[in-house]
Design a protein around this ligand. Structure first.
Ligand SMILES: Cc1cc2nc3c(=O)[nH]c(=O)nc-3n(C[C@H](O)[C@H](O)[C@H](O)COP(=O)(O)OP(=O)(O)OC[C@H]3O[C@@H](n4cnc5c(N)ncnc54)[C@H](O)[C@@H]3O)c2cc1C
Length: 420
């Protein structure tokens, strides 16, 4: 079977969906996703999405990101991430994302490890779920976007260093999807690990396809362990993450003797390393504790309703019991090497979100910079494609369509139409 479209996107996490929504409505988009629409790490995100507070925060936010990344970050990408964060948060709000707010209506911010300020917008402790629900609702309204679920990208079609589309497996059949641009937004590779916070289906497929096609990969050796993943004896696969914002709100990490052995708000690599050193000396108890007992039960239930209930199901009452935690695989800093519009070294092939690597995270991602990465670079990629593919519209649209189209372009301050 052969299908064709303007833009093929593999993956329905935040990077894929947000990019699709920001493509012009006159472009035909096909999205394929390996399992169900919502089976993505984006849906699991708890803590929040980081954002620049105001112009005075630029230097400090950049510094926090570089410090967490051990200065191995691409500085240009970091600047883009920080400076374009607020506009993309506004776009999310326009898509209906209802971030938690203070009484005066301003965004309510939390803090996580490595951040010198409270600058993380959130929705309780299920930020990803609420963001994605709003984006999926928006997706349903777009008649130019076709979503094919349970359809797995297995290769790209490449000729003379140009990508001509993808090959997907659907119902045990291979479909060729021809496209003018192809976006790999298939996420990271946590599903390959025995102990991870990731969905099993997030298994590095995009990166494997890149390797097969000699596409450049970057920083693939930088893998992040999250320091507070609930320890459950004999459990394997996807584990329960205890959001870093729990430490931001006052949680403390303690060893088996109840001692605070590390600053709980240091970046993830520092805290995980300190925990592993402790765990090495207590092999019969391969975990440390996250102590939330100083916090009030009502606050905990209100601020962390999802995690509170998940812990309760497992017999822990957060306000009374210390929570056993150990590091587990969480995030891949590396991926398909891309520029700041998601462009790879193959013409018309892009990689976004966790599958791509702009180098923005260095060797250790700063908390809550990942959802942000998906939207900032996704928006840039969409804008680039809108500019490049726009003049290639073959069919002359009806008067109504043309009006709608013009309105949108002019709202976006595009004047290219006038030149076409
Ligand atoms: C438990 C948890 C909590 C987190 N909390 C936060 C947080 O609070 N803040 C933050 O910034 N980050 C957080 N992260 C990280 C963040 O959620 C992810 O890095 C980010 O959502 C990745 O988005 P993505 O769109 O690149 O990939 P994903 O959201 O993982 O989506 C990948 C998509 O690709 C599809 N796919 C995979 N292979 C194929 C294939 N071969 N063909 C077709 N489709 C395919 C998948 O089914 C999925 O739809 C968290 C991660 C986890 C696991």
């Amino acid at each position: 079977m052969i299908k064709s479209c303007d833009v093929l996107i593999a993956g329905t996490g935040i990077a894929g969906v947000y990019t699709a929504l920001n493509l012009n409505k006159n472009l035909n988009v096909i999205m394929v996703t390996k399992e169900g629409l919502k089976d993505c790490n984006s849906y699991l995100a708890q803590g929040g999405i980081s954002t620049l507070l105001n112009e005075d925060d630029i230097e400090s936010y950049i510094e926090d990101t570089l410090k967490a990344g051990n200065n191995k970050n691409d500085k240009k990408a970091v600047e883009v991430l920080v400076k374009e964060s607020r506009d993309n948060i506004k776009r999310l709000v326009n898509y209906g994302v209802n971030f938690d707010r203070e009484k005066d209506g301003s965004l309510s911010y939390t803090r996580e490890g490595g951040h010198s300020k409270f600058r993380i917008a959130h929705i309780k402790d299920e930020t990803g779920k609420y963001i994605m629900e709003s984006l999926y609702k928006e997706l349903e309204k777009r008649s130019n976007i076709e979503v094919i679920q349970h359809c797995k990208l297995i290769d790209i079609i490449k000729k003379n260093n140009k990508c001509l589309g993808g090959i997907c497996r659907y119902n045990a059949q291979d479909i060729q999807i021809h496209s003018k641009a192809t976006i790999i937004a298939t996420g990271g590779l946590g599903g390959l690990f025995i102990s991870t916070t990731n969905y099993p289906c997030i298994s590095g497929d995009g990166i494997a396809i890149a390797l097969k096609n000699d596409i450049e990969i970057k920083d693939i050796n930088y893998l992040q362990l999250h320091p507070t993943v609930l320890y459950e004896k004999n459990e394997t696969g996807k584990r329960l993450l205890l959001s870093e914002s729990m430490r931001g709100e006052g949680g403390i990490i303690r060893n088996q003797r109840g001692e605070e052995f590390v600053d709980s708000l240091k970046p993830r690599d520092v805290v995980s390393k300190a925990e592993l050193e402790q765990i090495a000396s207590t092999p019969d108890k391969p975990y440390v504790y996250l102590d939330m007992t100083k916090l009030d039960k009502d606050f905990l239930m209100k601020r962390f309703p999802f995690i509170y209930n998940e812990c309760l199901k497992r017999g822990y009452r957060m306000e009374k019991d210390m929570l056993p935690v150990a590091p587990a695989h969480h995030y891949a800093m590396g991926g398909i090497k891309v520029g700041t519009h998601g462009e790879t070294n193959v013409i018309d092939l892009y990689a976004l979100g966790e599958a791509g690597c702009t180098g923005v995270h260095g060797s250790n991602r700063l908390a809550s910079n990942s959802l942000l990465e998906g939207v900032v670079f996704g928006y840039r990629c969409a804008r680039k494609l809108n500019d490049e593919l726009y003049c290639e519209v073959k069919e002359y649209p009806s008067r109504d369509k043309l009006n709608e189209f013009l309105k949108e372009r002019l709202n976006n301050n595009y004047v290219k139409l006038l030149n076409c």
